[in-house]
Design a protein around this ligand. Structure first.
Ligand SMILES: *Cc1c(COP(=O)(O)O)cnc(C)c1O
Length: 452
């Protein structure tokens, strides 16, 4: 049987780990798209909570205290179990030791709640009464709906219209927690009305949803906007994952040779990886870090390092990132949370400096890995998490071929119980692999340097 390593409530970390002070090359700053000048924390105050803005810009403090009120709510599902995946090891016939950190046990079924709780808390602390956000597949919206409810804040979620209709259960989850869910583009904002007037059948995109959420936050008193990935403060909050896993690996009497996370904007990968990476940066360990991205959206393996917008519409600050271009339209793959054009600035810099690695996983390989894992460990993984599983399986097979035994740790970012339509389509043979062509990448990233 797969053995679990449990921590107690008192072992929930008391501080998040900020990797930036230890980085050999610091990420370049966010830029104001109009003036091209570096942004300060104060510049972000109109949009985000003040504390989140300060954390976003913090390049000096390696440890940032987790408020007691946040730790109290973390106790609902944290510490999460670390599992030795003996069932998977047996199914693969591998000599490697495979472990996973199970973030799927959160009430909303993914790691996203780790950042939603502090973001809602910091809003509450400064008297904010309303939050807006956007959501694609719905995982971030679900997490922020619960977090807002816990602090008595009203939340409006702009959900990409096509997902609103195709993924009714995540919408129901958000509504259960009391959030207002609006299909985007909508008639409730100027941006939405303009899009609908010009394109009456627009099915929505993260770009339209971000534009609407940002507009509402900027035009409503006591209202802030919150983001579920990409930014430094989001990655920071997710480090509870790796900090707990570090203690649990110690309980197991092992240290990982390889640490793996799937990659959308970088938050769960950063969460599992950064706490272990600090020992590499200190020269004490030589762990390999692998971000697993979909072949259809390969920003880390094939993107360019440039300043780019965080959204399609070009409303956000300019972020130094490995990017496929903010107008990149990824294939309609089922790992909705991984369909993002760029990587956060910290991960992008670490990748360019050779301090981590990335692999791209074809869609069919991810679902094959998902079913091997479900049959051997019992948990049906989120299609996103399946990319990390596929990368772990590749690592184990390669080590076996080389006659070595490695200790492999991956993050199970979420379960897939609300994504069974995707599994149905896989079983029916309706899913395909999508490869992006070099010319597509080149066309999408051409001219980015002109943004600065
Ligand atoms: C959102 C999501 C991801 C991708 O986002 P990151 O910020 O890259 O972690 C991965 N897995 C699950 C389950 C998600 O909900």
């Amino acid at each position: 049987m797969s053995k679990k390593f449990f921590l107690q409530e008192k072992d929930i970390p008391t501080a998040w780990y900020n990797i930036i002070p230890s980085m050999p090359t610091k990420p370049r700053p966010l830029l104001n798209p109009a003036t091209k000048k570096p942004l300060s924390a104060e510049d972000l105050y109109p949009l985000f909570s003040e504390e989140a803005s300060r954390q976003e810009m913090n390049v000096t403090d390696s440890w940032i205290e987790i408020p007691e009120a946040v730790r109290d709510i973390y106790k609902i599902w944290r510490p999460t179990p670390l599992v030795r995946a003996s069932g998977l090891e047996k199914a693969l016939g591998t000599n490697c030791h495979i472990y996973f950190k199970n973030e799927s046990v959160s009430p909303v079924g993914s790691h996203k709640l780790n950042s939603a709780i502090p973001q809602a808390y910091y809003c509450k602390q400064q008297g904010v009464t309303n939050i807006t956000t956007e959501t694609g597949a719905g995982q971030w919206g679900a997490a922020l709906s619960l977090a807002s409810r816990m602090f008595g804040i009203e939340l409006a979620v702009y959900m990409v219209k096509v997902s609103y209709h195709q993924k009714p259960y995540r919408r129901s989850i958000m509504q259960t927690y009391g959030a207002e869910v609006v299909a985007s583009p909508s008639m409730s904002t100027k941006a939405g009305r303009r899009i609908i007037t010009e394109h009456p059948n627009h099915q929505g995109s993260l770009g339209t949803a971000i534009s609407e959420a940002v507009e509402l936050a900027m035009s409503t008193p006591n209202c802030k906007y919150a983001l579920g990935s990409v930014l430094n403060h989001v990655a920071l909050h997710q480090t509870v994952i790796g900090l707990e896993a570090e203690k649990q690996m110690e309980m197991a009497g092992e240290y990982p040779d390889v640490v793996i996370g799937c990659f959308g904007g970088g938050s769960n990968f950063s969460g599992i990886a950064f706490p272990f990476m600090r020992h590499n940066l200190a020269g004490d360990k030589n762990t390999l870090f692998i971000a697993a991205e979909p072949s259809s959206c390969p920003k880390l393996t094939r993107g360019v390092m440039q300043y780019d917008f965080g959204d399609e519409a070009g409303y956000t600050p300019l972020i130094p990132m490995l990017t496929l271009g903010h107008n990149f339209a990824p294939a309609n793959i089922h790992a909705g949370g991984l369909r993002y054009h760029g990587a956060g600035s910290v991960v992008s810099q670490l990748k360019c400096d050779g301090l981590m690695d990335a692999v791209d996983i074809p869609q069919l390989e991810s679902f094959e890995a998902a079913t091997i894992f479900a049959k051997s460990e019992g948990i049906i993984p989120a299609p996103e998490s399946a990319h990390a599983i596929a990368a772990a399986i590749r690592q184990a097979r390669q080590a076996d071929e080389e006659g070595r035994s490695k200790v492999i740790l991956f993050n199970l970012s979420g379960h897939g119980l609300i994504d069974m339509t995707a599994y149905d389509r896989y079983f029916a043979g309706d899913l395909a692999n999508y490869e992006v062509s070099d010319s597509e990448v080149a066309a999408n990233t051409a001219g980015l340097e002109k943004l600065i």
